[in-house]
Design a protein around this ligand. Sequence first.
Ligand code: GSF
Length: 203
Amino acid sequence: MKLIGSYSSPYVRKVRMVLAEKGIACKLLPEDVWAADTKIQASNPLGKVPCLILDDGSQLYDSRVICEYLDHLSPANSLIPEEFPQRIQVRRWESLADGILDAAVLIRLEHTQREPAQRSEKWLARQRGKVLAGLGVMESDLGGREWCVAARITLADIALGCGLGWLDFRLPDLDWRADHPSLVRHYQRLSQRPSFASTVPKA
Ligand code: GSF
């Protein structure tokens, strides 16, 4: 099994954290999806990472499908609860954290992939509004809870941590810490885990 990805992608980090939490070995094959000569479409027609290559050569994407596959692969440290109400809550948290990232990535791409004259302030404000609204919901839903959903770490906490870590990495001016004390507390807690410390995003 091999993971095509990058050290900067928050979606790849989510998968890497799941691998680390579950103790599953998997080699990372670095791929720059923005390079002119990228071969990513041979593995994922959508041209995105992460993409998991299974031992029989078949491919899995996107990060949500890969995380579910990996959680199913080994019973160790289950990250997606079997019990349905908790399971759906974990998936909702993941969608929320990933959705914040989707908007944040669009903000970054507006700066890295477009000429200044093509940039739209209206579009940037729209995406920023999604990021801020999403952070607000995560802050109030987390409140004083120890973990997002269950009495242990789940994919919800991993997705949240990857989202906040990427905002630090690529959009530090957003200063998410300013108005979100519960998220700050939870992020500090997550930062102490080896799975988190060993996957900090880098260029
Ligand atoms: C998002 C993957 C993605 O946008 C997932 O796996 O959860 N919903 C998908 N990956 C980016 C890299 S990054 O911004 O993390 C990517 O591969 N973009 C290339 C492109 O052409 O959009």
